[in-house]
Design a protein around this ligand. Sequence first.
Ligand SMILES: [Mg+2]
Length: 287
Amino acid sequence: VGVGDDAAVVRHDGRDVVVTTDVLVDGVHFVLRTCGGVAAARKAVAVNVSDLAATGARPRGCVAGVVLPQGTPFRLFDALARGFARAGRDFACPVVGGDTNVGPGPLVLSVAAFGDVGPRGPVLRSGARPGHVLSVTGRLGGSILGRHLSFRPRVAEGFVLGETGVARAMMDLSDGLAADLPRLCRASGVGARLFADRVPVHRDARRARGGKSPLERALSDGEDFELLVAHRRLSKAMRRTLARRGVVLHDVGEVVEGAGVTIVEDGRERVLRSRGYDHLRRARGRR
Ligand SMILES: [Mg+2]
């Protein structure tokens, strides 16, 4: 599996190895001055682990590249090292190597993570079919209030959804449902219909300031790092099995024939414009 999914998949010695990488830049993906080195390093590992989760993979390890601004105090280096170590433990994804360099600034953290999948193989973005239900694993919007740093990647959920065969297509929500769902649809050659009253809005989406409504925030703030899943309608037994294994799915819509994404709000259906966090700095290469 090459470019265009949440992670690449390489067959090695008859086994699927899932590989992904993300590059984070101070001032773009975190603000070092306010969050500190520990949180920045944690996020750099967590976003990679989230991409592994999106394919149903379990993390096995990662490597980290760091470009320190000239004149970096030792305590920042120390904080980054502690953050990488803590994230490695928390997400069962130890940092097993890397490289450090010095540049003119800002701080850049580049992590590449690898993992493996169960016997059913990886879940890709391309398996959604008309009639499938679209679900997300948690509440959306307002991540800027802190969850964009402190989120827990949905590794256990992704693995269960892959292992049980429930997930036919899956990705993680890094840029917001309005930007990411069209990507899943394009990969699958399908369209989608969302229902506004079913979108699970996080309380942070109501607390965050700015001109957006809570629903708009849930659709477009981004950095939720919940999983978006296309699946067949669940039997009661399967719903119980998933619940027992800690997987909660919020049904937000359905896969339809054709192309494009619409949203039904107050009985009216309109085209959903993609207003997610889609800045050019990372949209092109974003996995
Ligand atoms: Mg992703």
